[in-house]
Write a protein of this length. Structure first.
Ligand SMILES: NC(=O)C1=CN([C@@H]2O[C@H](COP(=O)(O)OP(=O)(O)OC[C@H]3O[C@@H](n4cnc5c(N)ncnc54)[C@H](O)[C@@H]3O)[C@@H](O)[C@H]2O)C=CC1
Ligand SMILES: O=C(O)[C@@H]1CCC=N1
Length: 271
């Protein structure tokens, strides 16, 4: 029987604690889904840097206690080295009635739980900045959370893109592949643009062609469920220009450099 999800996208107030790059992306994504801006609190020490959200009637404040008291759903989007001090300030205000979500990388559920009352449930989520446009890939993990709280978290992040549930032991890998992955993909697109300019396009046209082409390539996999090589075979004429270019890229270490970069990223988290 499907779980009945006791969440109303326009009644449960959400507080995003830490309105930086990711926190703001989540708020923007919620607004895009027509979440009532007055039901969204975003906190940041320098609250003036949230003026763009304030202009959209989001409740912006530097007062974390106020946001926690007003909200039912708490999304912690702080840097890992800030969270313990902030939780200390909030411990007595976070109750079992709150749904507590952490999008903080490199900060485990166990570490989070230690700073709060044992009755508080935590769901870890690893979205990416494409949440701002409803295209995040979000991985979810939990240990002590109820099925209802996991379902509520999934409901929120489903509105911001795609979600999957993973074991918490894979959260660092999810951080690298899904969250850092935005930067890797953009660097790939930037290199395509640079190449495109060298072969004759102006920057604007090269950006349009490269971005739409990468979007199309992703959609071929997402919509058809094919292996990338199956789609590559359709583009590579024998003795043709695609295979010549691809092989030269591989001679220069294209796949290898990506794989090594991904491994370096995870080693950086785990050291
Ligand atoms: N940026 C990204 O693409 C992703 C980030 N993450 C994780 O999300 C967390 C936040 O990352 P970013 O948004 O990139 O960092 P950020 O530095 O842009 O955002 C953190 C925000 O918290 C604010 N802040 C600091 N102390 C505060 C306090 N006491 N009360 C309220 N706000 C306070 C800062 O002013 C800053 O705006 C990190 O743990 C990161 O690992 C996870 C996935 C993707
Ligand atoms: O590089 C970082 O610190 C964060 C983790 C996920 C994306 N950006």
């Amino acid at each position: 029987m499907p779980l009945s999800i006791n969440i109303n996208m326009n009644q449960d107030t959400i507080a995003i604690i830490g309105g930086g790059n990711l926190g703001k992306s989540i708020a923007q994504g919620l607004l895009k889904q027509n979440y009532n801006p007055e039901q969204i609190y975003v906190t940041r020490t320098k609250v003036e840097l949230l003026a763009d959200l304030k202009a959209e009637n989001v409740q912006t404040t530097s007062d974390n206690v106020l946001a926690v008291k007003e909200a039912k759903i708490l999304i912690f989007a702080l840097k890992p080295y800030r969270i313990e001090a902030v939780l200390k300030q909030l411990t007595s205000h976070i109750t079992p009635d709150h749904l507590v979500i952490s999008v903080i990388s490199d900060f485990s559920i166990e570490q989070f739980t230690k700073s709060l009352a044992p009755t508080i449930q935590i769901v870890r989520a690893m979205p990416n900045t494409a949440a701002a446009i409803g295209e995040s890939m979000t991985c979810l993990a939990s240990k002590n959370a109820s099925a209802e709280n996991i379902a509520k978290t999934k409901f929120i992040f489903d509105a911001l893109g795609e979600t999957i549930e993973i074991d918490e032991s894979l959260m660092d890998a999810a951080t690298v592949l899904g969250a850092c992955g935005i930067a890797y993909a953009l660097r790939f697109i930037r290199a395509m643009i640079q190449g495109g300019i060298e072969i004759g396009f102006d920057a604007k046209t090269a950006t349009k062609i490269a971005s739409q082409t990468v979007k199309g390539a992703s959609e071929l996999l997402l919509q058809n469920g094919n292996h990338p090589e199956e789609e590559i075979d359709k583009v590579t004429t024998p003795k043709g220009c695609t295979i010549a270019g691809l092989n030269e890229m591989e001679h220069q270490g294209f796949s290898s450099s990506l794989i090594k970069g991904i491994k370096t990223s995870i080693e950086t988290i785990q050291k």
